[in-house]
Design a protein around this ligand. Structure first.
Ligand SMILES: NC(=O)C1=CN([C@@H]2O[C@H](COP(=O)(O)OP(=O)(O)OC[C@H]3O[C@@H](n4cnc5c(N)ncnc54)[C@H](O)[C@@H]3O)[C@@H](O)[C@H]2O)C=CC1
Ligand SMILES: CC(=O)C(=O)O
Ligand SMILES: [Mg+2]
Length: 622
């Protein structure tokens, strides 16, 4: 302070000095005429956000955002510079506290921060690190750590990534999409933040899941990172904690509902498909009531799919077929499996819909086949077994409600508990998409010992880790080495002693969505058909070798994700061609695509996958 004063005394007249020293005790008001002089810039949009001299981040006012072409490139909440500092300080203090002996989640978050900083400064290097160490870092950029990142996003937010459209942007979205710097976008992952993993409504903070999914699009599918766009549609939040949080970056109002909500999503879809007619839009982590409705609304018009409904279904089908093979039975025996599903949301109903269709196809695809397939599923939700007797039954679950006639002889009734259902049904499989950690309790697993299968299968698919319906340790300790186990988030294999291993498979839609997106892109299919999704699931199912499946390994290790994605994408391309949906991609037109053999299709996919290599850069004057 003394030296500051000396220097100041040398350069200022006494009255001015007195004023400045007075102001320095109130640093927030330390404002000189120099600060008010306007700055003339020869740049706009993201160039300003990436310039540390002029970037103001979330403190840019709405008029400035419009004037400078950055509207939509920042979370919608405009904050003061003091709020920005408060947010930063809070985060810094958290880190200081946890960097010592904090809770076990500290290190994954610290790793995420380091990776995120690399992502911001060197995309090529970031993806090289991610691809070369996918086993170690997929759980950081994706589930489970991405859940923690979303929960803490307001504190972690540094540089914007992706686009934000809010209900306040109604009428503006068509022009806002032109604020995005890339002329070509291949893949958008969009969320409204209403159900992030099994963590509920995280509002604007859900952007983290769109970023994480797109990281896998680049790492697994080789989509060029310059052509991906994470999107957050902020229509408010019903999370009371976020509504009161002064540091929250999203709109602090309750979610839009009904037609108003749909009109926002409609406007977004129209805007992105107008600017990028060939883009593919993946809907992610929308609460179930909107997931199904939006899928039905758009799937015949736009190149889109819902990952939680359709991607999860395909991964589950592949795993269920693997569980049949693990019993030493042919896949065609699938329609005989008795399957209890816990969870009747977008994921659970999506699985039952698609798995029953697969069974029905195997049985001849007629009404009798569909009826027989339906009767293999028992769905239990928060209110117990779903039957025809339920009042206010969810229309999406209605086709799978147990019929009155079936209940008597099974000794079950409306609302029966999961344990009761497992005891009476003696299922081959229990599959959890409930977001309830520990739901497959000791009692449930004990009841599964009476399963009619020689190798009962447990799919604890809810995310993140703490929401898994059970751990592999719990499953193997009760059901023994013959059990088949898969979970949504990664677990380690279990050492069962005597050199025996209980394999912990990761049953996650990450094994399908990158291949579905890539296959759609490279086929140029106008829409994403059920057949294309089925082809993707079947390719994943057949990917595992007989000897692996017999050991209980029903999904590939994540280290093989780039290879499996290439195979899935090729299967999607071939199905799009077979269904006459393919329009070709770049120089490969539909006719040439149709002439490719299976091997040539795989080669075609492989050569179109981006790899992280520094390109030669040439300077050209405008
Ligand atoms: N492994 C994977 O690839 C995927 C996993 N998921 C996970 O699935 C979970 C559910 O997702 P959504 O279906 O979209 O959520 P949701 O919230 O729409 O559905 C949850 C369902 O679980 C039911 N439920 C709640 N408590 C229950 C209980 N005690 N017993 C039985 N059922 C109960 C609810 O009634 C509801 O039907 C999430 O944790 C999500 O992370 C979702 C997509 C993919
Ligand atoms: C994996 C995934 O999409 C989910 O848990 O929602
Ligand atoms: Mg999801």
């Amino acid at each position: 302070m003394a030296s500051i004063s000396r220097n100041l005394r040398r350069s200022f007249a006494p009255d001015r000095l007195r004023r400045l020293l007075l102001l320095s005790q109130h640093p927030r008001e330390y404002v000189t005429a120099e600060c008010h002089r306007p700055v003339v810039l020869h740049k706009r949009g993201p160039d300003i956000l990436h310039d540390p001299w002029f970037n103001r981040g979330t403190a840019f006012s709405m008029t400035e955002r419009d004037r400078l072409g950055v509207r939509g490139l920042l979370p919608p909440n405009v904050v003061s510079s003091q709020q920005q500092i408060d947010r930063f300080m809070l985060d810094l203090i958290r880190l200081q506290t946890y960097a010592r002996d904090g809770p076990s989640d500290t290190y994954p978050l610290a790793k995420w921060r380091i990776l995120n900083r690399l992502h911001d400064r060197n995309e090529t290097m970031y993806y090289k690190v991610l691809i070369n160490n996918i086993e170690e870092y997929a759980p950081i950029v994706y589930t489970p750590t991405v859940g923690l990142v979303c929960q803490n996003y307001s504190g972690l937010f540094r540089r914007p990534r992706g686009m934000y459209f809010s209900s306040e942007d109604r009428g503006e979205m068509m022009s806002m999409v032109y604020n995005w710097p890339a002329d070509q976008v291949d893949m958008i992952v969009v969320t409204d933040g209403s159900r992030i993993l099994g963590l509920g409504d995280l509002g604007v903070q859900g952007i983290g899941i769109a970023i994480g999914k797109l990281d896998l699009y680049v790492a697994a599918a080789g989509i060029n990172p310059q052509r991906v766009l994470p999107v957050m549609i902020d229509v408010g939040t019903n999370n009371e904690k976020l509504l009161k949080d002064p540091l929250y970056l999203g709109l602090q109002e309750h979610r839009l509902e009904g037609d108003e909500y749909v009109s926002v999503i409609d406007e977004f879809m129209e805007a992105v498909f107008t600017r990028w007619p060939n883009v593919i839009v993946q809907f992610e982590d929308f609460q179930s009531k909107w997931a199904f409705r939006l899928l039905q609304r758009y799937r015949k018009t736009y190149r889109m799919f819902n990952d939680d409904v359709q991607g999860t279904a395909g991964v589950a089908i592949a795993g269920l077929l693997g569980a049949v093979r693990a019993q030493g039975r042919p896949m065609i025996d699938f329609p005989k499996q008795r399957i209890v599903v816990a969870g009747a949301g977008s994921a659970g109903i999506g699985v039952v819909n698609a798995a029953s269709r697969t069974m029905a196809r195997m049985l001849g695809n007629n009404d009798v086949a569909f009826e027989s397939a339906r009767s293999q599923f028992w769905i239990v939700d928060a209110h117990g077994l779903i039957t025809e007797d339920r009042a206010d039954i969810d229309p999406d679950a209605r086709p799978f409600a147990r019929r009155k006639g079936e209940l008597g002889h099974q000794g079950l009734s409306e609302g029966a508990s999961l344990v009761e259902v497992v005891k009476k049904v003696k299922p081959d499989v229990i599959l959890g998409l409930s977001a309830v950690g520990g739901l497959f309790s000791k009692e449930v697993l004990e009841a599964l010992k009476d399963s009619s299968s020689s190798r009962p299968a447990i799919f604890a698919m809810s995310n993140p880790t703490k929401n898994a319906e059970c751990t592999p340790g719990e499953a193997f300790s009760i059901l023994g080495e013959k059990a088949i186990f898969a979970s949504g988030s990664p677990f380690h294999d279990v050492d069962l002693g005597d050199g025996k291993i209980g394999h912990s498979n990761q049953g996650n839609n990450m094994y399908l969505f990158p291949g579905i997106g890539l296959g759609t892109l490279l086929s140029g299919a106008r829409v994403i058909s059920d057949g294309m999704l089925q082809a993707a699931a079947e390719r994943l199912a057949s990917y595992m070798k007989e000897e692996e499946v017999l050991q209980g390994i029903i999904y590939p290790p994540i280290s093989r994700i780039r290879d499996i994605t290439k195979e899935v994408a090729a299967a999607v391309v071939r199905e799009a061609v077979a269904e006459d949906l393919a329009e070709g991609y770049r120089e490969m037109d539909a006719r040439e695509l149709a002439r490719l053999s299976e091997e040539e299709t795989i080669e075609y996919v492989k050569t179109n996958m981006w790899s992280p290599v520094y390109p030669t850069i040439i300077y050209k004057k405008d």
